[in-house]
Design a binder for this molecule. Sequence first.
Ligand SMILES: [Zn+2]
Ligand SMILES: [Zn+2]
Length: 367
Amino acid sequence: MARHSDLQVHKIQAAVLRRRGGPLKIESLEMEGPRDDEILVRIVASGICHTDIGFVDGWDKTDGPLVLGHEGAGVVEQVGKDVKGVRRGDHVVLSYQSCGRCRQCRSGHPTDCENFYEANFGFARLDGSNALQRNGVRGHFFGQSSFATYVLATERNIVKIPKKLNLEVLAPLGCGLQTGAGTVINSLEVPKGASIAVFGTGAVGLAAVMAARIVRANPIIGVDIKSKRLKLAKELGATHVIDNRRGNTGPRITDITGGGVDYVVETSGDQKLYWLSMDVLNPGGTAAFLTGISGPDSLPEGRRTLSIIQGDAVPQVFIPKLITLYQAGQFPFDRLLKFYNFSEINKAIADSKRGATIKPVLRISEV
Ligand SMILES: [Zn+2]
Ligand SMILES: [Zn+2]
């Protein structure tokens, strides 16, 4: 049996969070691995998601130094001896992690993994070990920590993609875009002709708008407070947009739908929109919350709420589907992207926070 202390050590560069609000600093670290079930991936690009920014702003001394990032894409550099699905040189998009052993994972529902929290937010492998321990830094965020030149992933959170596709463009599919599109297509199974309102038209919300157009929902109502994003929502499929700063979002939705709406996808995290999402529902309608919160236990007349994780997507099934839709021109998510060099990571985060950039993508190495 291989002793883990025999693992190779790789020199990597990673953006380390050591204080609340940042800035992240790019440091040289030593990473131990890969273990038998792990895959060493050289990161070409990584999206920045609101969850990363939430961790930067919520950081506490007791967290210790962390490496964030969970929308990586890159090239397989080395595989452990138990890895069968990919080999050195393969191109991969990374997604969330799941344990693969629990009842939910074994029945094909990794977003409901019983170890989801530990696997994605534990900043360690599931056995508690940490490949960056030599530096006193913790990684393994979403089974990746992709704000780095190299990461360790597993077969559970990689999706092999054809080499002719652009890794820089595909990087952000693994979290936010999958979540928005998966909510409409997988979780809600919005049927043709149903009405839908999307609250918050950032990357997740715009992915929901594009998916609503794909399933031919109608009307598709985008709600936000940034006119630039509302304009883009319209170009990407919203039939109507509402500027929530005007304070008449509820009555406008009633006007547009002639009553209520069948589905609301709430991505904004705004308290007033949270309550409004249930007020504007038709009887039997569903409000989906994508920010980790749940709705009240019961609502009248068959209305319901769902708290949705990663759009109930199995990455190896859903990401190739999104790529096919993208190639067919039906899911033009590349319009949301803005590219930054790795060294500009703090600027990319600042641009995202003030709404100037919808989906920042870091260029970390050359293909
Ligand atoms: Zn599991
Ligand atoms: Zn995310």
